[in-house]
Design a protein around this ligand. Structure first.
Ligand code: AMP
Length: 236
């Protein structure tokens, strides 16, 4: 199964993508993480992407496309994946469709997570990331067992520089500018599944899995048996 998660920064996209990937036994492919890794490793691509990321601007399509396509062509993504943060605009969506169809693959479902502005700001300002394994925490909603330390690998947690208020506002502006046409792109292809995401993460996850189960015959953390192509027209 090939899933895309859409939603504004702070809507809980990363948390849901990671949990879904685990439940469905698929790789979680996150463009932001791939880019941060490239910056951390100071690769040629990372050097070019850095200044855009610091300002909350989108990194040029050609750079991100290359990173994501390399990743989805890895053997572990052959049976499917959960894409998070990509595509961010229609150009990327078209490129992705093209790239997948070159290998007789296509996106099954695009989940659009929707939350109020107040919830988004609360989530982003309290978010903390592991400096080593990139796991996400939240100082209130999902605190680590030991303050400032990752539960999984023991490394230090940090606040992303682009989670500062001014940059958050810019990221939300950038997101909105591109989101509408991207959502329409998938809606017109009857792939869009709209999901309210104001509630706690585990409740949202359960609702997503219930929906997917209604469209595909999925068995979580095991095999996935696709039964018939869903049509999300009614839902969108
Ligand atoms: P995220 O972790 O998804 O919030 O992404 C962090 C930053 O990485 C964004 O503000 C962009 O600068 C860049 N980025 C991530 N994904 C993309 C993408 N699909 N296209 C362009 N830039 C991206």
């Amino acid at each position: 199964m090939r899933l895309i998660l859409l939603g504004a920064p702070g809507v809980g996209k990363g948390t849901q993508a990671k949990a879904l990937a685990k439940e469905l036994n698929l790789p979680h492919i996150c463009s932001g993480n791939l880019l941060r890794q490239a910056v951390k490793e100071n690769t040629e691509l990372g050097k070019q992407a850095k200044s855009y990321m610091e300002k909350g601007e989108l990194v040029p399509d050609a750079l991100v496309d290359q990173l994501v396509f390399n990743r989805i062509n890895q053997p572990d993504a052959e049976a499917g994946f959960v894409l998070d943060g990509y595509p961010r605009n229609v150009h990327q969506a078209v490129e992705l469709d093209q790239k997948l169809s070159d290998s007789q693959r296509e996106i099954d479902t695009v989940i659009n997570l929707e939350a109020s502005q107040a919830v988004i700001i609360q989530r982003l300002s309290g978010r903390r990331i592991c400096s080593n394994c990139q796991a996400n925490f939240h100082i209130k909603n999902m605190p680590p067992k030991k303050e400032g330390i990752c539960d999984y690998c023991g490394a230090k947690l940090y606040q992303r520089p682009d989670d500062k208020e001014e940059t958050i506002k810019n990221r939300l502006r950038v997101y909105r500018k591109e989101a509408e046409s991207l959502i329409d792109f998938y809606k017109n292809r009857s792939k869009l599944l709209r999901m309210p995401a104001d509630e706690e993460a585990d409740i949202v996850l359960k609702k997503i899995l219930d929906k997917l189960n209604g469209y595909f015959k999925i068995s979580t953390r095991n095999s996935i048996d696709e039964g018939g192509r869903p049509d999300f027209k009614e839902n969108s």
